[in-house]
Write a protein of this length. Structure first.
Lengths: 107, 142
C-alpha cells in the first residue's frame, strides 16, 4: 500500500481493495476457464478491517460454480494474517453461444 | 490527462482534498455536493481508465461511486465519522469512447448505527453500473 492508494482518512481506499478483488477473482476465473475472456457482472465486497500504508495485500480465492456462460467465485484479501476483505462475484463469458438474457454489452 | 475546463458541464467544480487515491484516478468533479441531489462527474479517458478489453475499468466506477455514496451517507450520520461495511455492484454495460460519466445516488435508510445508500453510474443517460452500500456510523469510544 503506497501513498497513492490512500483515502482522506489516511487508510487504504476501498476502491483500491474492490479493484484488487475484481482482479484476483477475475484472474482466477480467467485461469480456470482456459483463458476465455469474461466480464464482471456482479461484485460484492465486505470490508472487515482497514488496510494501512506499507501493508502487503494478498488475494486468495476459489471458483464456487461454473456454468456454460457464468462463473461464480469468492475470495479474501489479506494483510499478513488479517483478512481485510471478503468478496464474491459473478463473471459472464464473452461469445456465449446462446445470448438471450438481454445483457447489453455495448449499448 | 488535462481536461479542458470548458468541456465540464455547467455547475461542476473539481473535488479537492479527496485523498491521493482520488487524485490518482481523477480529476473528479462534483455538482451541488451539499444539496439534495449531488452529482459526481469524471471524464472517462480510455488511455488512463481502460481495461484490457477496451472498456472503462470497473475499478474506477466502483471507486468513484463508493466516494459518492459515502458522501451521501456522511450527510445522514449526524456528523459522526462513517466506515464502509459492504458494497454490492452490478455491471450493466460498458463504455469505450471518451465520455462524461455521472455518479448519482440516494439514501435508502439512515438507522442509528448503519446507513444504506444506493447509486448508479451513467454515460449520456445509459446505465453502466448500479450499486448499493452499507456504512457503519462510528461512535466515539467511551
Amino acid at each position: 500500500v503506497k501513498e497513492i492508494h490512500i483515502n482522506p482518512n489516511g487508510l487504504l481506499h476501498g476502491g483500491m481493495l474492490m479493484t484488487m478483488a475484481d482482479h484476483v477473482l477475475g484472474g482466477l476465473v480467467w485461469a480456470m476457464s482456459e483463458r476465455r475472456t469474461s466480464s464482471t457482472v456482479n461484485l460484492v465486497t465486505n470490508f472487515l478491517a482497514p488496510g494501512r500504508l506499507g501493508d502487503w495485500v494478498e488475494g486468495r480465492g476459489q471458483v464456487t460454480r461454473q456454468t456454460r456462460s457464468l462463473v461464480f467465485a469468492r475470495g479474501r484479501l489479506y494483510a499478513g494474517d488479517t483478512a481485510l476483505v471478503s468478496c464474491s462475484g459473478t463473471w459472464k463469458y464473452f461469445g456465449d453461444p446462446t445470448p438471450k438474457d438481454g445483457m447489453d454489452e455495448e449499448r | 490527462m488535462n481536461d479542458s475546463r470548458q468541456d465540464v458541464p455547467a455547475g461542476f467544480e473539481p473535488v479537492h482534498n479527496a485523498g491521493s487515491f482520488a487524485e490518482t484516478i481523477g480529476p473528479v468533479y462534483v455538482r451541488d455536493p451539499g444539496g439534495e441531489n449531488p452529482v459526481t462527474g469524471l471524464f472517462y479517458d480510455p488511455g488512463k481508465h481502460g481495461n484490457p478489453m477496451g472498456r472503462m475499468h470497473g475499478g474506477v466506477m466502483m471507486s468513484v461511486l463508493d466516494q459518492h455514496m459515502g458522501m451521501i451517507a456522511f450527510r445522514h450520520s449526524g456528523g459522526q465519522p462513517i466506515a464502509s461495511i459492504s458494497l454490492d455492484y452490478d455491471f450493466v454495460s460498458g463504455v469505450r469512447e471518451r465520455s462524461w460519466i455521472e455518479f448519482t445516488g440516494e439514501l435508502t435508510r439512515a438507522a442509528p448505527q448503519a446507513i444504506f445508500v444506493r447509486g448508479e453510474v451513467t454515460a449520456n443517460g445509459r446505465i453502466l453500473m448500479t450499486g448499493a452500500g452499507i456504512w457503519m456510523v462510528v461512535k466515539p469510544k467511551g
